[in-house]
Write a protein that binds this ligand. Structure first.
Ligand code: SF4
Ligand code: SF4
Length: 412
């Protein structure tokens, strides 16, 4: 008898209507029902009931899911697909033995590196070294693809603990989550984010003791580790008197907003988690359209790529567009399939490189068709994935985080 790992009622909410199929990037690419949301829900139920054994082909279809949650936006029955997926993956990781390569990649290279800024810095150092000749000639194909994602430079600087508003008295105090990848690879973007918040009238606190948001663990079947991250962040922020807690990475934001669900069964933390999540805001839903260099004249074409975890679980699509349009005006051009995943999906481009590359190509093709000079987005994974694709297709096109776009002078 298999111990239930998904909520039966939540899985039965799927009425197999198929309205989510055309929103699912993996189904769009393969046309295989098992790579679709309803197909995967069927597989999850079959695994739970024991009708299907825990074997590689079935697990491959679950692994191939990006966790982008585009299916949730499309679903008229309100199926909580993300919740079903996280719990299924948690069950798989604790009851299925993967091959040595995937185990090494997931347990060591990803889980023991990305959430730890010092280790990530060290990994980037070696990554840049490997990216040089002659080392790159000897790297296996898969490693070469992963190395393409390593940015050439990532200037270092930590966000100060206290950052007063540009004009005093301030409107209030907000917290800022630095993010593991953001603070190591996109420190300038974090500076720009604080600058925007200060310009908008907010004192910004970046408290000690904050940790990885836990998204990487939640998405890869390590829910206990994700919960531990959540408890650390709640403890770090709840003692401050904050109006909001701001995040500039879409993937982290959706997990932070779901701490209430993540810790729902923990009597000591459930209420505190819900209170924490209620304060979490993405940068783009918090700052006003007048913030940034909105009065400068932009002569180049700009498009916007929706990070999945901002567009789908958080439902934020209008606010970032309004901010970009405020600067780009008539030079803004809409991107076809803007909310279809670029293939980054956290560490997906490392664990599922083939599908990630297909989706990257699809995204790049759509970007090239816009004729844009700048692509704006809101998540570090998308920035790296799109940058790597454009480096080959058209290196002149710039990919920018929205905070950088709003604070950079584009007059040159
Ligand atoms: S997940 Fe929702 S949209 Fe997709 S088949 Fe099920 S009920 Fe229909
Ligand atoms: S999360 Fe994304 S990839 Fe996975 S089933 Fe839903 S739409 Fe498809």
């Amino acid at each position: 008898m298999i111990e239930p790992f998904i909520d039966e009622d939540k899985s039965l909410a799927c009425v197999h209507c198929g309205l989510c199929l055309s929103a699912c990037p993996t189904y769009l690419e393969t046309g295989n029902e098992n790579d679709s949301p309803r197909g995967r829900i069927y597989l999850m139920r079959a695994l739970q009931s024991g009708r299907l054994p825990m074997e590689a082909t079935t697990i491959g279809h679950i692994d191939r899911c990006l966790g982008c949650r585009a299916c949730e936006s499309a679903c008229p029955s309100g199926v909580e697909y993300g919740h079903l997926l996280e719990h299924t993956r948690d069950h798989i990781e604790h009851h299925h033995r993967r091959g040595w390569f995937q185990t090494l990649l997931r347990r060591i290279a990803i889980e023991q590196v990305f959430p730890f800024p010092r280790r990530l810095k060290l990994a980037l150092f070696f990554g840049r070294l490997m990216n040089r000749r002659p080392f790159i000639w000897f790297a296996p194909r898969m490693a070469r693809e992963a190395l393409e994602l390593v940015p050439e430079h990532s200037p270092e600087s930590r966000t100060p603990k206290q950052n007063p508003a540009s004009a005093q008295p301030a409107s209030g105090q907000v917290g800022f989550i630095e993010g593991c990848v953001m603070q190591v690879m996109f420190a300038r973007t974090n500076e720009a984010t604080v600058q925007l918040l200060n310009q908008d009238g907010w004192d910004v606190h970046c408290p000690e003791g904050q940790a990885c948001c836990g998204a990487l663990y939640a998405h890869s079947g390590q829910l206990a580790k994700a919960r531990a991250c959540a408890r650390r962040n709640i403890a770090a922020f709840e003692s401050q008197n904050l109006t909001a807690i701001i995040i500039n990475a879409a993937g982290c934001g959706s997990t932070l907003k779901e701490y209430g669900q993540l810790l729902a069964d923990d009597p000591e933390w459930a209420e505190r988690a819900t209170a924490f999540s209620a304060k979490v805001k993405d940068l783009t839903e918090w700052i006003s359209e007048e913030t940034g260099n909105g009065n400068q004249k932009l002569e180049c074409k700009v498009t916007y790529h929706d990070a999945c975890h901002l567009a789908h679980p958080q439902g934020i699509t209008l606010e970032p567009r309004a901010l970009v349009r405020a600067m780009a005006g008539e030079h803004f051009v809409e991107l076809n399939e803007a909310d279809v995943c670029c293939g980054s999906a956290g560490s997906y481009n490392l664990t599922e490189p083939e599908m990630a590359a297909r989706l990257q190509q699809r995204k790049i093709k759509n970007i090239l068709a816009t004729g844009a000079d700048i692509v704006v987005t809101t998540n570090p994974g998308c920035l790296l994935q799109i940058q790597a694709g454009l480096k080959k297709a058209n290196p002149k096109i710039r990919v920018m985080h929205i905070a950088d776009f709003l604070t950079t002078s584009h007059a040159e």
